[in-house]
Design a protein around this ligand. Sequence first.
Ligand code: 8DG
Ligand code: MG
Length: 149
Amino acid sequence: MNAAAMYPVQNVAAAIACRGDRVLVTRRAPGQKMAGLWEFPGGKLEPGETPQTCIVREIAEELSVDCTAGGILMEHRHTYSGGAINLIAVIVTLTSDGFRLSVHDDARWVPASDLLSLELAPADIPVARRLRDLFKRGALQPSASARMS
Ligand SMILES: Nc1nc2c([nH]c(=O)n2[C@H]2C[C@H](O)[C@@H](COP(=O)(O)OP(=O)(O)OP(=O)(O)O)O2)c(=O)[nH]1
Ligand SMILES: [Mg+2]
């Protein structure tokens, strides 16, 4: 039996928080799966959660900040050796300041055009491409920019 047949697809919500043309990325800390890789903070949906309720909970847990969740930018399915995830990129607006990291060892606001030069979790590459292209066209004007810049 192949991996896709053995494991259900795990839904994972990932926060797309923007400040001007910069996007928040966090680095998975040593000891974590995929340690050292950059990702959009977030995590697995728990039973009964929507991507939006999940991301608000995850951002509070992982960064100790509040946020409001908006629309879904895109979903992308990626198969790792341990199973498949459906990465759901949710646009968020951070509503409190100051991060306290718990599962990451670094957080940066990176220009959307530079995201692909980071060592990203593989599932995130299509999301980073989409963000780069949307910002290039001026098609994404996140409401977070005004408050956080
Ligand atoms: N949060 C997050 N996870 C991602 C991204 N890209 C990516 O491949 N993943 C993978 C890593 C994990 O295999 C899986 C779940 O993410 P996670 O480790 O953040 O899950 P979680 O916060 O719920 O943590 P845990 O309770 O399972 O320890 O999704 C991303 O951009 N953000
Ligand atoms: Mg997480």
